[in-house]
Design a protein around this ligand. Structure first.
Ligand SMILES: Cc1cc2nc3c(=O)[nH]c(=O)nc-3n(C[C@H](O)[C@H](O)[C@H](O)COP(=O)(O)OP(=O)(O)OC[C@H]3O[C@@H](n4cnc5c(N)ncnc54)[C@H](O)[C@@H]3O)c2cc1C
Length: 147
């Protein structure tokens, strides 16, 4: 389904956008036996903003089976610290002091690498993926009225 691919493709669920949300949703659906097509307008790896993960991301990454890979590309982060731009003060938030801490660290990642891990993980779960394909319009099939 790139510019020259005119074949028709059938699926149960079409996911538009191969960022973390799209790749995760596609993987979780595929794991339940749903046939999924995932479309991403840019070829991975591509630049994206939003590099700072939180401990609450870790259980999901663990469940998706990508935590080891994220650990390999990530920088270990035991907390966050906010520093005043006027140099008047700073406030640290060690994750180990969080409410009900389960994981007490997170990772700083390059989103280009992080997003590619999640996208390839979707592929390896049987999601049919297309990169470099921007969705410009969609046509929904008619919905039959409820009786
Ligand atoms: C300045 C800034 C700083 C941020 N910092 C952080 C941070 O430190 N930590 C953090 O957790 N979050 C951060 N965020 C938020 C983070 O970027 C988002 O929460 C995250 O990217 C959302 O993921 P997503 O998969 O929903 O969407 P996206 O990551 O935006 O993914 C959407 C995907 O859809 C694709 N797409 C869009 N339109 C189409 C189309 N028509 N056809 C096909 N594909 C399409 C895009 O190319 C993209 O790959 C930050 C955001 C901003 C703006």
């Amino acid at each position: 389904m790139n510019g020259s691919d005119t074949a028709s493709h059938v699926c149960d669920v079409l996911v538009i956008g191969g960022g973390p949300a799209g790749s995760t949703a596609a993987t979780l659906l595929a794991r339940q036996g749903v046939s999924v097509i995932l479309l991403e307008k840019d070829p991975h790896r591509r630049f994206h903003i939003g590099e700072s993960l939180l401990p609450c991301n870790l259980p999901l990454l663990r469940d998706l089976g990508v935590l080891d890979k994220v650990r390999e590309i990530g920088v270990f982060k035991p907390g966050a610290e906010f520093v005043s731009d006027r140099g008047e003060g700073r406030l640290a938030f060690p994750f180990r002091y969080a409410i009900s801490p389960k994981d007490t660290h997170a990772y700083q990642v390059r989103r280009s690498e992080f997003d590619e891990i999640l996208f390839r993980n979707a592929q390896s779960h049987g999601v049919k993926t297309f990169e470099g394909l921007r969705v410009t319009r969609h046509v929904l099939p008619p919905v039959s009225p409820r009786r």
